[in-house]
Design a protein around this ligand. Structure first.
Ligand code: NAG
Length: 982
C-alpha cells in the first residue's frame, strides 16, 4: 500500500504554483485535470457506463430486476414490495422497494438491500464499519414535506402492474411494472418521467470478499483468461478489478464493503432541456455527455472537491453538489431529486423519439435520457411532476428547506481579499471606501489573520486590536467576516486541537485513529460535524469570551469544507475514513460541507445567552439543504472575461436548484483583472444575490477605489445601484425564504411558454421587480443584444427610453462602459431607497421611492415590498411590513395594502415596528405615465382617515423617452394602507 508522504504532489504543486504566481502571474493555468478522476478512473463509474453500453447495444436487453410476485402491498400512500435480482451465477438478491406518494404531489422511490442491513465489518485493529447501505442522507437533507398522501389510491392492479393515482386532484399517476421493474410517472394521462425504461437499474449487491489468487494484471487491464472468467459473473464482462481496492494518484482506497453502487436511468419523455445539478462551470441548459459534436465525453460529476483553478465549459465536479435536476419544454416542467451523498455521476443523452413521431402535433419530439449512479448508499429518488418551474422549486423547497432569511447587510457589498494584513489595513480600506463614496457593508479576513493558521486566534503582531477595528466598522453599521475552516492545526500549545483530540471529535481514519492530513496549517485534524458532541463543542468555541477579539458584528466564512486535504486523494479525504456512527466518508462525502456549515450556523446562534440574531455564514462546499444556513460562492475563479461570463449561468443554476444566495468572486480570484474587466465585473456582480469582491494573495491590490478614473466613478455607481435597490433584493429573498423561488430568474423560469428562451443563460429578471439585466461580459463590447420574452413594454432603467421591442426577438442596446444594460418591464411596482449612504444599516430609516412601470394599454402594474429589522428573528413573530402595491390605469390609482391581508390592529408593534412609523414613501415615479396627465399638478392621497394633495411633476414623452410623473412628499407611512388618485 502506498502511504502518502506529508508533502504530496498536490501540495508541492500548489507551493510551486504559488511561487510561479508571485514571480509573474500566468493567466489561465488550467486545473490539474489529472488530479481528478475521469469516469474510467472511477471503478463504479466505469462499471455503470459499461453496463449501460452493454444494455443499450443489446436489442433483446431486459433489465434483470423484477418485482417478486405477490410481494407488493399498498397502504396509506405507500407501496411496498421486493425487487428480485437474479445474478448470472444464479443467486437471488432481495431489494425492498418503497414508493411513497406525498401530499405535495411528490413521489419518492427508495430501494434498499435486505441482506446487508444487519451487521458490521471487522476492520483492522478491531475497528468496525457498518455493513448496511448508508440511509441517513435524509436525516441531513430533508426537513419537511414528507406527509404521505392518504388520498392516493390504487387505480388499477393485476399480476403484471399496479397504477396509483395521487397528488393534487389526483391528476398524477404512477404505473409500476413488475417484470422487468419500471415506473412510468404520468400527469393528466401523459408520460413525463420514466424510471428504468432503458433497463439501466443496477444495484451492486453485497457479497463477501473471496480471496482468490491475484491474477497477473497491470493497471486494470485483464488478461484473456481473466476476461473469460469474468464473463461468467454478472453482468456480462464486468470488470472486477476495482471491487475491493482502488488506486488513484498514489492513494489506495480500501473498500471493505466491496462494490455497492446504485444506478438508474431516468427518462424525461418529450423534454429537450434539463437544468440543475450544480455546481459545474457549464451551461444552464445541460449538455449531452456521451460524445458527439459540441457534447461532453464525461458525465457530469458530483464529488465535492477543491478544484484548483477550475476550467470552464466542463462537467467536472466543483466544490458543492445539489443532485436536483429539472426538465423543461414549452409549458411543462418536471424534475427529480437524487438523494445520495456519495460520489455521483450523471450521463445525459437526447434522442428524437422514433417510436411516436406523430405525437405532439406532428413534430418528432426529443426525449432526454439521464443515467445516474452513485458509489454507495440507497437508491432514493424523488419525482416532481410540475407543471411549472415554480412548482418544482417550491416542492423541492418543502423537502430540503428554503433560503434562510438573511441579515439585510448580507445583501450589501462585501470587500474581501487574501489578505488584509493588519487591523490598520482594515481601518484604512474602511476609510478609503468612505472617502471615495463607495458604500459597503462587510470587510473580510482570510486565513492570515490567525496566529499561524490556528483558528480562533489572532496574529498578535498584525492584529493588535481586533475589538478597536470591529468598533470602527460598527460606527458605520459595518461588519467583519473572519474565516474559520474545518482543519484544525495539529500542534502543541493549541487548546482547540487538544480538546478535539481528548474528546475524540475528529474524523477517524480507516483504522479508527484520528485522521491526520495536510492543509493550510500543515499537519491537521478535521472536526467531524456529523457528531452531535463535535457540534456542541464547536458551538462553545465561538462564544465571545472564547473567540476573543470577536464581537456582535463579527460573522464567519467556512472555506475548504469539501473537505480540502492537500495530500488526500483528489485533494480530499480518503473514502475509507470513518465518521460518527462508523459510516465511511465514502457514504457522506457530499454532505460534509453542509454539516460543517450548519455546525457553524448553530454555533453563532449561541454566542451569547439571549442574543438571537440571524447568523451569516458563507460556505464553499454545499449539498441539498445548505440554503437553510447561509450563502455560497462559486469558488476560486480567475480574473478573465470568460470566467465573468461563466459566472452568470452558474449563479442562475444555483438559483433554480434551491440555493439562490450565491455569487462569484468579483474581479476573479486568481490573477489581475484589467480595469475594464474589473469594472464590468462590478456591474455584473451588483446583480449576484451574493456580491463580494475577492482576490488571491498574489494578486495586486484592487479595492474598487484604486481603479482610477473613469473606473472608480463607474464602479461607485454600480455599488450605489445595488444599494438603492436593496429593498427589492430583500423582498426577493423573502420570496426565496417562503417558497424557494430563485432570486435572479432565467428566462425559462419566468417565461416557460417561450421555446426560444429556454436555453438563454446570460440575462435574467431580478425577483418580481420586472428588472431585466444583461451584464456585459465581453471585452471592449459597447452593445448587447437582449432577448425579449413577451409583448410587454420595456423601458431603459436609467433614461426611461421606450425600447423598441418585438416579442421573441432580440433588441440591441447601447452599453458603453458606464452603462449597465438594465430594462424595466411594464407592469411592475418596485421599491428603492435613493439617498446614497455608506452602508445598508445607515439606510434603515430612509424613506422609500416606489417606481411604477406602466404596462401596455395602461393596465395594471403590481409589486410588493417586504421589510423587517434585517437582523433578529422577530419577523417570525409578525414583526415585519409586507405591502402589496397595485397601480390600476383604468381606476387611475395606486394603492398599498398588507400583502398578506393581515389586520394592522392585530400586530403588536415591537421597537422596530414603532420606529418604522417614521418611515414613509418619499417619492413615487410613474414611468410611462399616460399623456392625459399632462397639466396635472397634484394627486389626491388618502391614508389613515385623512385626505390631502401631493405635488406631481409630469414630463411628457420625447425623443423615444416615455412620459413620466414624479410625486414628491407623498406623506404616507410605508407600513400604512394608502391610496393615491391621479
Ligand atoms: C445542524 O445542527 C443542529 C444542531 O446541532 C442539528 O440538530 C442538525 O441535525 C444539524 N443539521 C445538519 C444538516 O447538519
Amino acid at each position: 500500500m502506498h502511504v502518502p508522504g506529508p508533502l504530496s504532489s498536490r501540495w508541492t504543486a500548489y507551493l510551486g504554483l504559488l511561487s510561479a504566481f508571485s514571480a509573474a502571474f500566468a493567466p489561465a493555468v488550467a486545473v490539474k485535470e489529472h488530479d481528478f478522476k475521469k469516469c474510467h478512473q472511477s471503478g463504479f463509474c466505469k462499471r455503470n457506463r459499461e453496463f449501460a453500453d452493454h444494455a443499450l447495444a443489446t436489442s433483446s436487453w431486459a433489465s434483470p430486476y423484477n418485482v417478486a410476485p405477490d410481494s407488493g402491498s399498498f397502504k396509506d400512500g405507500q407501496y411496498q414490495a421486493v425487487i428480485l435480482k437474479t445474478t448470472n451465477s444464479g443467486e437471488t438478491v432481495w431489494l425492498p422497494i418503497t414508493v411513497s406518494f406525498l401530499e405535495s404531489g411528490t413521489a419518492r422511490v427508495t430501494v434498499d438491500e435486505e441482506k446487508r442491513q444487519k451487521g458490521e465489518i471487522e476492520l483492522r485493529h478491531g475497528s468496525k464499519a457498518r455493513k448496511e447501505r448508508y440511509n441517513e442522507a435524509e436525516k441531513w437533507a430533508i426537513v419537511g414535506g414528507m406527509t404521505l398522501d392518504k388520498e392516493a389510491k390504487v387505480d388499477y392492479e393485476d399480476k403484471t402492474q399496479i397504477t396509483v393515482k395521487y397528488g393534487p386532484t389526483s391528476k398524477f399517476e404512477a404505473t409500476i411494472k413488475f417484470s422487468p421493474f419500471s415506473i412510468d410517472f404520468k400527469r393528466d394521462g401523459i408520460s413525463h418521467v420514466k424510471l428504468n425504461d432503458q433497463g439501466l437499474l443496477n444495484i451492486e449487491h453485497w457479497r463477501p470478499k473471496v480471496d482468490k489468487p491475484e491474477p497477473e494484471k497491470k493497471d486494470g487491464d485483464s488478461t484473456e483468461e481473466n476476461k473469460a472468467e469474468e464473463a461468467k459473473e454478472e453482468p456480462k464482462g464486468e470488470d472486477e478489478s476495482t471491487w475491493w481496492e482502488e488506486t488513484f494518484g498514489g492513494n489506495t482506497d480500501t473498500k471493505p464493503r466491496g462494490p455497492e453502487s446504485v444506478g438508474l436511468d431516468i427518462s424525461f419523455v418529450g423534454y429537450e432541456h434539463v437544468y440543475g445539478i450544480p455546481s459545474h462551470a457549464s451551461s444552464l441548459s445541460l449538455k449531452q455527455t456521451r460524445g458527439g459534436e459540441g457534447n461532453y465525453q464525461e458525465p457530469y460529476r458530483m464529488y465535492n472537491a477543491d478544484v484548483f483553478e477550475y476550467i470552464l465549459d466542463s462537467p467536472m465536479t466543483l466544490y458543492g453538489s445539489i443532485p436536483f435536476m429539472q426538465a423543461h419544454r414549452k409549458d411543462s416542467s418536471v424534475g427529480v431529486f437524487w438523494l445520495n451523498a456519495a460520489e455521483t455521476w450523471v450521463d445525459i443523452t437526447k434522442a428524437k423519439d422514433s417510436k411516436n413521431p406523430l405525437s405532439l402535433g406532428g413534430k418528432a419530439r426529443t426525449n432526454t435520457h439521464t443515467h445516474w449512479f452513485s458509489e454507495s448508499g440507497l437508491l432514493d429518488v424523488f419525482v416532481f411532476l410540475g407543471p411549472t418551474p415554480k412548482d418544482l422549486t417550491a416542492r423541492y423547497g418543502e423537502l430540503t428547506g428554503t433560503t434562510a432569511m438573511p441579515q439585510e447587510f448580507a445583501l450589501g457589498y462585501h470587500q474581501c481579499r487574501w489578505n488584509y494584513v493588519s487591523d490598520e489595513d482594515v481601518r484604512d480600506v474602511d476609510r478609503k471606501m468612505d472617502k471615495f463614496k463607495m458604500p459597503y457593508d462587510v470587510i473580510w479576513l482570510d486565513i492570515e489573520y490567525t496566529d499561524e493558521k490556528k483558528y480562533f486566534t489572532w496574529d498578535k503582531h498584525s492584529f493588535t486590536d481586533p475589538i478597536g477595528m470591529g468598533k470602527q466598522l460598527d460606527s458605520h453599521g459595518r461588519k467583519l467576516v473572519t474565516i474559520i475552516d474545518p482543519h484544525i492545526k495539529n500542534t502543541d500549545n493549541y487548546p482547540v486541537v487538544a480538546e478535539l483530540k481528548s474528546k475524540e471529535l475528529g474524523v477517524k481514519n480507516k483504522d479508527g485513529n484520528l485522521f491526520e492530513g495536510w492543509c493550510w496549517p500543515g499537519s491537521s485534524h478535521w472536526i467531524d460535524a456529523f457528531s452531535p458532541a463535535a457540534r456542541e463543542w464547536w458551538s462553545s468555541l465561538f462564544k465571545y469570551d472564547k473567540f476573543k477579539g470577536t464581537m456582535e458584528n463579527t460573522w464567519i466564512w467556512n472555506d475548504m469544507n469539501e473537505p480540502s486535504v492537500f495530500n488526500g486523494p483528489e485533494t480530499t479525504m480518503p473514502k475509507d475514513n470513518l465518521h460518527d456512527g462508523n459510516w465511511e466518508h465514502r457514504d457522506v462525502h457530499n454532505l460534509n460541507g453542509l454539516t460543517f456549515h450548519n455546525a457553524t450556523y448553530h454555533a453563532l446562534l449561541t454566542r451569547k445567552p439571549g442574543e438571537l440574531r440571524r447568523p451569516f455564514v458563507l460556505t464553499r462546499s454545499f449539498f441539498a439543504g445548505s440554503q437553510r444556513v447561509g450563502a455560497m460562492w462559486t469558488g476560486d475563479n480567475q480574473a478573465a472575461w470568460d470566467h465573468l461570463k461563466a459566472s452568470i449561468p452558474m449563479v442562475l443554476s444555483q438559483g433554480i436548484s434551491g440555493f439562490p444566495f450565491s455569487g462569484a468572486d468579483v474581479g476573479g480570484f486568481f490573477g489581475n483583472p484589467e480595469k475594464e474587466l474589473l469594472t464590468r465585473w462590478y456591474q455584473a456582480g451588483a446583480f449576484y444575490p451574493f456580491f463580494r469582491g475577492h482576490a488571491h494573495i498574489d494578486a495586486r491590490r484592487r479595492e474598487p477605489y484604486l481603479a482610477g478614473e473613469p473606473y472608480t466613478t463607474i464602479i461607485a455607481a454600480a455599488l450605489r445601484l445595488r444599494y438603492s435597490l436593496l429593498p427589492s433584493w430583500y423582498t426577493a429573498f423573502r420570496h426565496a425564504h417562503l417558497d424557494g423561488t430563485p432570486i435572479i430568474k432565467p428566462m425559462f423560469y419566468t417565461h416557460p411558454s417561450e421555446e426560444a428562451g429556454l436555453a438563454i443563460e446570460d440575462q435574467f429578471f431580478v425577483g418580481n421587480t420586472g428588472l431585466l439585466a444583461k451584464p456585459v461580459t465581453e471585452k471592449e463590447k459597447t452593445t448587447v443584444d437582449v432577448w425579449i420574452p413577451d409583448g410587454e413594454v420595456y423601458y431603459d432603467y436609467f433614461t426611461y427610453q421606450v425600447i423598441p421591442t418585438v416579442k421573441g426577438k432580440t433588441v440591441t442596446l447601447d452599453a458603453p462602459m458606464e452603462k449597465i444594460p438594465l430594462l424595466m418591464r411594464g407592469g411592475h411596482v418596485f421599491a428603492r431607497r435613493d439617498v446614497p449612504r455608506r452602508s445598508s444599516a445607515l439606510m434603515r430609516w430612509d424613506d422609500y421611492t416606489l417606481v411604477v412601470t406602466v404596462p401596455r394599454e395602461n393596465k395594471v402594474a403590481e409589486g410588493d415590498l417586504y421589510v423587517d429589522d434585517g437582523d433578529s428573528f422577530e419577523y417570525q413573530n409578525g414583526q415585519y411590513i409586507h405591502r402589496r402595491f397595485v397601480y390600476d390605469g383604468a381606476a387611475k390609482s395606486l394603492s398599498s395594502v398588507d400583502a398578506e391581508g393581515r389586520d394592522a390592529a392585530s400586530i403588536r408593534e415591537g421597537a422596530w415596528m414603532k420606529q418604522m412609523r417614521s418611515v414613509g414613501v418619499g417619492k413615487i415615479v410613474v414611468v410611462g405615465a399616460p399623456a392625459s396627465w399632462a397639466g396635472k399638478k397634484s394627486v389626491k392621497v388618502e391614508s389613515e382617515g385623512k385626505v390631502w394633495e401631493a405635488r406631481m411633476e409630469f414630463t411628457p414623452a420625447g425623443q423615444g423617452r416615455a412620459a413620466f410623473a414624479v410625486i414628491k412628499k407623498v406623506g404616507v407611512r410605508i407600513g400604512a394602507d394608502w391610496k393615491v388618485e391621479f
